[in-house]
Write a protein of this length. Structure first.
Length: 416
């Protein structure tokens, strides 16, 4: 008798018996199937991304943010204020994100699968100021400077090259704002100080010295009043006013400016310069006018008379018509000073005159004018005579004239 075995995925036993008789086969029994033992499978571990830090809580719009943590490569997306942030690169420990182009703020949020979780980090995306230029490029302390660009509303101050800070108006436009150059500022690049960023200008700002005034005097000349301003840095004077009257700028150098206004002009002398704020130079008071100056020897003629010639070496009377602007006005102190043709001061004399100033010049009334006698030693060709009148408040008004003095002459008598 033979035994046969068949191996399959399940264990199947089959027996066949052989007899010594007629050889009839025996019916096969039903196969027996044996199942393999069950193997237990462990569930997959749950991976949870975590954030442990960010490179900054304040990030410029369009800038990059670095996020640190664990399992960050499992995050589906990073969001801020509902906006998905562009992912530049990611590893399990680091993710680099691009911030939105517009300003935004909120909590950094992770999206993993269908779940959304907020991190402990708040972000502020700001628009950085953009500088397009500033003008003018030069000025004195007190000058105005205008900055232009975009996003400038976040600028809180402006710093000069030497650290001097200029405040800016609050609030101000994001397109432009104007500030004043502070005292002590130095030339160089300007630094715009914003809430989260500083911007340095490419061009330099040049600070020039501010004009200063140390003195003011006035004198009449015909139908005009000449105003002389002394000081420093006056050469950039471009216009001036005396009260409400526009003054002509006769000349302007570093230490002196000369103005001319119509007779009778009075008020504050305001100076405007190419650089810097307007300067109050003082006040011209129109208490009186000098109506004219006359000289006399044997005869009396007006100084403007071309026929008048004074004799050299002979005393000469001089009179000045000082006219008031209101009735009953008290007279002022009047003096006369003579200077030689070489510029040497010959002397000064007080002039006697009325207690009350007349309002109209009277050629025939000597008592209505201020008078003095000039010594003969002063009366030489080229002599200049200045009449000074001290106004109320201390302002000195004067008028200078050059009387016609004849030249020295000799008479030769020839007897025939």
């Amino acid at each position: 008798m033979k035994h046969r075995f068949l191996a399959t995925g399940s264990l199947l036993l089959s027996l066949t018996a052989c007899g010594g008789g007629a050889g009839d086969p025996v019916a096969a029994p039903t196969p027996v199937v044996v199942a393999p033992p069950a193997v237990a499978v462990a569930p997959a571990p749950v991976v949870t991304p975590t954030v442990s830090g960010v490179s900054s809580n304040d990030v410029e719009a369009g800038g990059s943010l670095v996020v640190s943590g664990t399992n960050l490569d499992k995050v589906g997306s990073f969001q801020l204020a509902g906006v998905e942030l562009k992912l530049l690169s990611v590893t399990p420990g680091t993710a680099v994100l691009t911030m939105p182009a517009a300003a935004a703020s909120g909590t950094l949020t992770l999206v993993v699968g269908a779940a959304t979780s907020a991190t402990a980090y708040s972000l502020n995306v700001y628009l950085a100021p953009v500088l397009s230029g500033f003008a003018p490029l030069m000025g004195a302390p007190g000058s105005s400077v205008t900055i232009s660009g975009s996003g400038l509303e976040s600028v809180t101050s402006l710093r000069f090259a030497n650290g001097i800070v200029a405040p800016v108006p609050t609030p101000h436009s994001g397109a432009s704002f104007t500030f004043l150059v502070p005292a002590g500022a130095a030339s160089g690049s300007l630094t715009l100080v914003a809430a989260h960023k500083e911007i340095v200008t490419g061009a330099a700002y040049t600070v020039v010295p501010a004009p200063t005034v140390t003195g003011l005097s006035s004198s009449t000349s015909g139908a005009y009043v000449n105003v002389v301003v002394t000081g420093s840095n006056l050469k950039t004077l471009k216009s001036a006013k005396v009260g409400s009257v526009d003054a002509s700028v006769v000349s302007a150098i570093d230490t002196q400016a000369v103005l001319s206004v119509p007779l009778g002009s009075a008020g504050i002398v305001s100076l405007s310069f190419s650089y810097g704020a307007d300067v109050n130079a003082g006040t011209v008071v129109a208490d009186f006018t000098i109506g004219g100056v006359d000289f006399s020897e044997v005869y009396n003629r007006n100084i403007n008379d071309a026929a008048l010639r004074l004799t050299p070496g002979r005393p000469a009377a001089v009179r000045a018509a000082v006219l008031g602007v209101v009735p009953g006005q008290a007279s002022s102190g009047v003096s006369v000073t003579a200077t030689s043709a070489a510029g040497v001061v010959l002397g000064t004399l007080s002039m006697k005159g009325p207690l009350l100033l007349p309002m109209v010049k009277n050629e025939a009334d000597l008592d209505s004018t201020f008078n003095a006698v000039l010594p003969g030693a002063w009366m030489k060709a080229g002599v200049r005579v200045r009449v000074d009148v001290l106004a109320t408040g201390g302002t000195l008004s004067s008028q200078t004239i050059a009387p016609g003095v004849g030249s020295d002459a000799k008479i030769h008598i020839v007897l025939v």
